[in-house]
Ligand binder design. Sequence first.
Ligand code: SF4
Ligand code: SF4
Length: 409
Amino acid sequence: MKDKNAIERRKFLKLSSAAVLAGLAGRLAGSQRKEGLSVVEEAARKVGKLPRRKLGYSQREVSMLIGAGDLELLCTEAGVLCGMNYWHKANRWMSSGAPEVIIKNRDAHYCQVTVDRVGSDHYSGHFDEEEHYRYVKEALEKTGLRYFDDMQLHFGYHNTDELKKDRSFIRAFERLKKEGSVKHLCLSQHSYEGSSRVQNGQSAAEVLTAVVEDGIYEHAQFMYSYGGDPDMDKFMEFAREKNFGTIAMKTARGIGRMKQDESFMARLPEGTSPHNALVRWLTTKTKLDAAVIRVRNLGEFVETYSGAGKDLRARDLRAIEMMTAEADKTACRLCGKCQSGCPQQIPITDILRFERYAMDDHDWIKASKLYAGLPTKGDQCIGCRSCVQSCPLNLQIPEKIARAHIMLV
Ligand code: SF4
Ligand code: SF4
């Protein structure tokens, strides 16, 4: 059954990609052309060309909104037409091969392979030069991409000591680079501050500052959204001084639940939408080089990406202020500051990250699956409220994790 699905998907990918490419060349006609091409072209026309920025030491020009290997296929094709040229998690194309629209013009794109620790999850897993090397080789073969532009350490380091002492991931990169299989090194960095699951965990800003000083990695992804984050703002200034690239992820904090709140949406200034205002803000008012934003279909693609590089009008600023006030009441920033004081060692940040997958991305399967893997769950909370005192948003954490537990079990 799995094979049959893979074949069907491959056929669909080929047809859909061919519709874009061949349609442009006038080789498909009639209904095929109409179905495969018009919706994608129309969406791309509404978005226009995405602005580009230079990324990291190599100064590669990348679209300020980057794509991802789990982006819906028609959105990928529309993105290509808009000049989207950086693809995070390109290894997600291992099951079906990279989209033809990218393979056919391979050198016009930057494709990233995301590599995890081995043996377990990102808390207790470890680095292993051979395993990382083998995984990238396998990903190359299965995606058909010939080389990856970036090799990304997924989730990053637990602390600065680990960065200094364990160079296995970097050694795997150097071997692959010598062979021409990868070109640049990057990481996504989560916060491990106060985590009960790692020793001496540090914040994303602390680890990333050491990464920049170390000088081997070229750019990083980290969590950043509206409402700002003083630690990450400071880091971004430092990164820019050093020519180190910055890409924001998990940018749409709380937006999924806001869009389901009719009264909130009705109060937004006319002509604004949360995703569009977010993108205007991210691409014109921050020190970021790029951002990744999850969209689920062509409608969201147009609504969201059409804000790229456009002025943040007074009404968008008002929308951002309203969104910040709303999100600060409900959606965690994933900063990790609440973790260290929990006597029950509850992984609060993880639980609230999974809650965001469910409530904002509507990805309940992923959220429940990840929650099931936690060694300590929200039902172990004793209501001492020491976490609430450390939270910069004063989120009502015990109530939130109790609700998340009921939702995700
Ligand atoms: S209230 Fe619950 S989650 Fe917060 S510190 Fe106490 S036990 Fe941990
Ligand atoms: S609950 Fe508060 S302190 Fe804890 S990670 Fe979220 S925003 Fe930070």
